[in-house]
Write a protein that binds this ligand. Structure first.
Ligand SMILES: Cc1ncc(COP(=O)(O)O)c(C=O)c1O
Length: 460
């Protein structure tokens, strides 16, 4: 097949699949059934027809993440401008490590990071795109580690006083991974209990920091979670910044999910007040804001720390224009071009478009919480804090029942919802992050869940 024929065929396949408008949520099959349908062992050398057959199957059996009843993750579907950027990035296939190999992507990434620095209030900062917030959290911890232990980069941690990092007990597991990777040790990542509203107990945190310091350790890093994964809680940045001034740790903000509220001045003031005092901040544009996966950035309030922390090795063969080569301060060598789709989304919607989007999501979350609270079959397990709704269908053995209900909704191809634990309770974790969602669709989704729950109870 010629290249131009291939592109035409791709376009036809996609338009037939009409992914975004596809009415069906999912064709549910077990792994064994899918393996049989796919026949992955089949030979297909030079056989384009077979390749396209697999592509058709891929499209047929993958969940339609743009569907309003796909509420399984922190994202759904993808913005159309970013889809354009993603396709072009795939076809032009270059690496955003050097200016020479990706001149336009370099300028776009630099421009976008400047936009984000301004919104975050980091007047003299720097940033980079990374592969996601797990990675960004780790890089932030690495910068903090190398500031606290100045010879860590060259000599490792062998001669160092023990280092301790702190997060709330509701923080994301990527911080455990970071502590593992960076030689801090997961036991030296201290998890601090949260208050009723899910935010870190700052008094308790100070007590633990003092304990570490008294025993000769260094409290080098505190991560404020800005939108926890399950309950959507925000740690109090102002209180943490005051504590940082006393104990001199690095204060990082993990806004992977909830950081998107910086786009809206009212919500930023409500949930992210004082964020310009953070030492670093990350958020995923691919979550609430809908850019194609992956699209993440990490910002630092101060310049020149990323390059001295991350740059390494013999650069003789690669970096020729050091001022412009973004790969120098990245932990990767090859870097996928994630900036094009990000830039196109930004230009198409603008800050005002994203502001409106998060405001709509917030209003929908308020509406959904009221609906759940008013419905006798359902119960909120944790009061709504921001955009996350944690609720159960009331039943005798609630954990077992809600697991069954969730599985039945999927088997019926009705809804693909997420479950999570709040304490001991297994709850539906509904996140509002779908541009297709509106009050009517939310009501339909929840009424469908209630009807299926009642039916399950009837036949139990
Ligand atoms: C609070 C929080 N931090 C970090 C992450 C990890 O983000 P990523 O999937 O981009 O690695 C998540 C993902 O769900 C999250 O909820």
């Amino acid at each position: 097949m010629q290249e131009n024929q291939l592109l035409e065929r791709i376009a036809q396949t996609l338009s037939r699949a009409n992914i975004a408008n596809n009415k069906r949520l999912v064709r549910h099959k077990s792994a064994a059934e899918l393996a049989e349908i796919l026949n992955l062992e089949q030979k297909s050398e030079q056989n384009w027809e077979q390749l396209f057959a697999w592509v058709e199957q891929y499209l047929e059996y993958s969940p339609n993440t743009a569907h309003a009843n796909f509420a399984n993750r922190m994202w759904s579907g993808a913005n159309l401008p970013s889809q354009l950027g993603e396709v072009v990035a795939a076809i032009s296939n270059t690496s955003a490590c050097t200016f020479e190999s990706a001149p336009i992507a370099t300028l776009m990434e630099t421009y976008m990071l400047e936009q984000m620095l301004e919104i975050a209030g980091f007047e003299n900062g720097e940033g980079q795109m990374t592969t996601g917030s797990s990675n960004a959290n780790m890089i932030a911890m690495m910068v903090a580690r190398n500031q606290a232990a100045k010879s860590a980069k060259q000599q490792g941690l062998f001669q160092q006083k023990p280092l301790f990092a702190f997060v709330s007990s509701e923080a994301h597991y990527s911080l455990d991974k970071a502590a593992n990777i960076l030689g801090i040790g997961t036991e030296n990542l201290i998890k601090i209990n949260t208050l009723e509203n899910g935010s870190i107990d700052v008094k308790l945190l100070q007590k633990e920091i003092k304990k570490v310091e008294k025993n000769g350790g260094i409290a080098f890093f505190v991560c404020a979670t800005l939108g926890t994964t399950v309950r959507g809680a925000y740690d109090n940045i102002e209180d943490l910044a005051r504590l940082r001034n006393q104990h001199n740790f690095w204060l990082h903000g993990d806004g992977a999910w909830g950081g998107a509220l910086i786009m809206n001045e009212k919500l930023k003031a409500k949930f992210l007040s004082g964020m310009e005092k953070l030492d670093s901040f990350t958020m995923d544009f691919h979550k609430m804001l809908g850019t194609n996966l992956m699209c993440n950035f990490l910002l630092l309030r101060q310049k020149n720390l990323l390059s001295c922390t991350c740059a390494d090795g013999d650069n003789s063969y690669i970096f020729r224009q050091k001022q412009m080569d973004l790969g120098i301060s990245s932990l990767q060598c090859g870097r996928r071009v994630d900036s094009l789709k990000w830039f196109l989304d930004w230009k198409f919607y603008g800050k005002s478009g994203f502001s409106q989007r998060v405001e709509n999501y917030y209003q929908l979350a308020v509406f959904a919480a009221d609906f759940i609270n008013e419905n006798k079959a359902l119960e909120m397990v944790s009061e709504r804090i921001s955009l996350n709704l944690c609720f159960v269908f009331k039943a005798a053995n609630p954990n077992e029942f809600n697991q069954k209900l969730r599985d039945t909704l999927l088997e019926n191809e009705q809804a693909l919802l997420a479950l999570a634990y709040v304490g001991e309770a297994l709850v539906f974790r509904l996140l509002i992050a779908n541009v297709k969602l509106n009050e009517a669709k939310l009501v339909a989704l929840l009424n469908g869940l209630i009807a299926t729950g009642k039916q399950l109870q009837k036949y139990a």
